[in-house]
Design a binder for this molecule. Sequence first.
Ligand SMILES: C[S@@+](CC[C@H](N)C(=O)[O-])C[C@H]1O[C@@H](n2cnc3c(N)ncnc32)[C@H](O)[C@@H]1O
Length: 319
Amino acid sequence: MYDTIVESAFRRDVVQGLSASQKTLSSKYFYNAAGDELFRQIMACPEYYLSRAEEQLLRDHSAAMVRACAKRLGYFDIVELGAGDGSKTVHLLREALQQGCIHQYIPIDIPASSVDYLLHTLAPQLPGLAIEGIVGEYLPALDQALTASQRPKLVLFLGATIGNLLPAEAWAFCWQLRERLRPGNLLLVGFDLKKDPATILAAYNDQAGLTSAFNLNLLQHINDELGGNFEVGAFAHYPVCDPATGACKSYLISQCAQRVTLDDGTAFEFAPGEAIYMEVSQKYSVAEIEELGRTARFLSVHTFFDAQQRFVDVLWQRG
Ligand SMILES: C[S@@+](CC[C@H](N)C(=O)[O-])C[C@H]1O[C@@H](n2cnc3c(N)ncnc32)[C@H](O)[C@@H]1O
């Protein structure tokens, strides 16, 4: 049932996106089983500093984070939006277990394969922790997690995933999160900070071609699930970084004039050099993050930096 809804939403979004004057595909469809595996490889590649920075941050600050949460929430559940492989979250969960303040961990993600992978890899590392995954979209799945128990919640949104929204969308998303959370609940959000644009651009244009393969995999995903006939090699990955706005955007560029169809006969024409807008990875200054939290009406509890000040996890409280 869920798979059917997901398939029809995927088709609707692909048709809408590729019919727009600026063709676009939603980055949430990057993450099928192949996309998950590619993202795990990206996280380990030398240019993609984000994961290493946030992992170090979590290693260094998990104890303080958990103390800050336990002080405000007592005994609580951790809900994670877009949990991925949970390889960084494990530090926080281990610490919460040690401090005896966590009841349950509820990871949320779209692909069932991702949630299964996470359950199989995390459970043996965290004996005694109750883990209940939810396959679904952020907000409906969060509603499910919030209504499942009255216990206080810490909601995680890590990995600079908030950067996959443009700033106005990020604000709207934070506002929607705030409306759902109960007074006193906490939100921990990971942001990638503005820095040398060459460093940022390299992270999305790695030498091994993993980010390119990750973007192109979405065309293959369309071929596999919607009966598309994309010639994947006829598109090229093209990232650009604007240091003024902090937006690093990825495009796929059509290498020739081509026509692509889906199994229901829907057709899309591509001119040579035409771009499909794939994803934004928005970078923030600390002041912009503070402004975002304030205008979404969260109270700032603490800002945790990695040692090289490349990345922050901010802890906000719903007032
Ligand atoms: C950039 S990855 C980050 C993964 C992990 N949080 C980390 O820090 O390594 C984004 C994750 O969010 C998930 N995701 C993207 N859009 C989503 C949505 N609308 N609802 C639920 N999960 C989503 C993806 O499947 C993916 O696992």
